[in-house]
Design a protein around this ligand. Structure first.
Ligand code: DAH
Length: 341
């Protein structure tokens, strides 16, 4: 075989293998097999000493031409592979913008949230600040500082979950009153919404965890008239302009005098119906004038300042406002229930 024929054969073979390669690793194999240190073309150059000296430049030139064309094809094949890979990637990542979107379902405000928003709106409108206190509370703040000493029967009524003998899950939001009075100088006008806990069985009107909204006003010259006026206005804004209020004497250890406030039934206007259990009135909160002992324990001089406080059951307001007859519905998080509000 002449040198010419041999080179022609090598070139043909190399180009064929490139054409059939179909992968970068195969292309590399071809490169090594023909252009590498022990590749076929290199072998040809090594055989130069058998070529007649006058033919050597000619052969050299043919070898270089073969090398150039093989290199060029290798390059082209590489870019072709890269292009194909890129197209595949683009095709696989194509987004069909005409497909219907997957919906992220929006939640619905919980009746408790709606009721709390409403209560906050009314009191913030009267210049109150919304504050918070800890749910895991010292026994001192939950009971002692509220004039409920160790063996007081009120402590039994609010049986709760003890973390240890000094720390409890708060049974009421009233301890926030003390925390605020300890660190803030009068005038004080706050509401303190939050979770409270009691060792109660679950039924239509009870839950071991529920919510209260505490209210506290302290200033010079605050009287029972301020309490009545404020809470009557609150009732009208919450339940309608025609709502009447009634204060019944009650007892809370941290207020003196103490009362419970009823509102006229906003369903029947006071005539008596299923909603108010024929009473015409619905109880919605406890309240009273802050006990001088509580003021003193919190570092406020009862000879200079006086104030009133109240505690609203949030669930009670939510159940009334949205006419829900079982408290358990509030905690089940059934979307079919929640989406109604
Ligand atoms: N903490 C009371 C309870 O859980 C509710 C209450 C009554 C709060 C009278 C008050 C208040 O601030 O003045 O039953």
């Amino acid at each position: 075989m002449s040198m010419n024929e041999r080179l022609e054969k090598i070139r043909q073979e190399a180009l064929e293998r490139i054409a059939q390669s179909g992968g970068l690793d195969k292309l590399e194999e071809v490169r090594v097999a023909y252009l590498g240190k022990k590749g076929e073309l290199t072998e040809v150059l090594k055989g130069m000493r058998d070529v007649a000296p006058e033919d050597r430049p000619k052969v050299g030139q043919l070898v270089n031409e073969a090398r150039a064309i093989i290199e060029k094809r290798l390059d082209e094949a590489r870019s072709e592979l890269a292009r194909a890979a890129r197209e595949l990637k683009i095709a696989s990542e194509t987004i069909d913008v005409t497909l219907p979107a997957t919906k992220t379902p929006a939640g619905y405000p919980h009746p408790n949230t709606l009721a709390l928003d409403e209560v906050e709106r009314v009191f913030v409108g009267m210049g109150y600040e919304v504050v918070e206190g800890p749910e895991v509370e010292l026994d001192y703040y939950n009971f002692e500082a509220l004039n409920i000493p160790a063996n007081h029967p009120a402590k039994d009524e609010q049986d709760t979950f003890y973390i240890n003998k000094d720390i409890v899950l708060r049974t009421q939001t009233s301890p926030v009153q003390v925390r605020i009075m300890e660190k803030q100088k009068p005038p004080i006008r706050v509401i303190a919404p939050g979770r409270v806990y009691r060792a109660d069985e679950v039924d239509a009107t009870h839950s071991p965890c529920f919510h209260q909204i505490e209210g506290l006003v302290i200033d010079k010259g605050i009287t029972m008239a301020d309490l009545k006026g404020t809470l009557a206005q609150f009732a009208r804004e919450m339940f309608g302009a025609d709502t009447k209020v009634k204060f019944r004497p009650h007892h809370f250890p941290f207020t003196e005098p103490s009362a419970e406030m009823d509102v006229s039934c906003f369903k029947c206007g006071g005539k008596g119906c299923r909603f108010c259990k024929g009473e015409g009135w619905i109880e919605i909160l406890g309240c009273g004038m802050v006990h001088p002992k509580v003021l003193r324990m919190s570092g406020i001089d009862p000879d200079v300042y006086s104030g009133f406080a109240f505690g609203i059951g949030l669930e009670r307001i939510a159940l009334l406002k949205y006419e829900i007859d079982d408290m358990r519905l509030l905690y089940e998080n059934d979307i079919r229930f929640l989406r109604q509000f």
